[in-house]
Design a protein around this ligand. Structure first.
Ligand SMILES: [Zn+2]
Length: 74
């Protein structure tokens, strides 16, 4: 597993945006989550800063955002 990372500028901008927003060009798709109980996610990793993102594509609209999974933040 990756340690906590400092997101690069592109990741920092993407974090928290609606999932309709396109991934930036340093993100690579890891896996496409199985659709289950109306939930669907895509997981991405940034090749520059190793940030791990979950792109939430289903569920409540307010939760359909880009989640940054491994950055230290509060
Ligand atoms: Zn990054």
């Amino acid at each position: 597993m990756d340690l906590w990372i400092q997101p690069c500028a592109d990741c920092f901008e993407l974090y928290g945006l609606p999932s309709a927003h396109r991934p930036h060009d340093k993100l690579t798709l890891n896996s496409r989550g199985a659709v289950k109980d109306e939930r669907a996610e895509e997981h991405y990793t940034c090749v520059r800063c190793r940030a791990a993102f979950a792109r939430v594509l289903a569920g409540e609209p307010r939760k359909q955002i880009w989640l940054l999974l491994n950055a230290g933040q509060h």
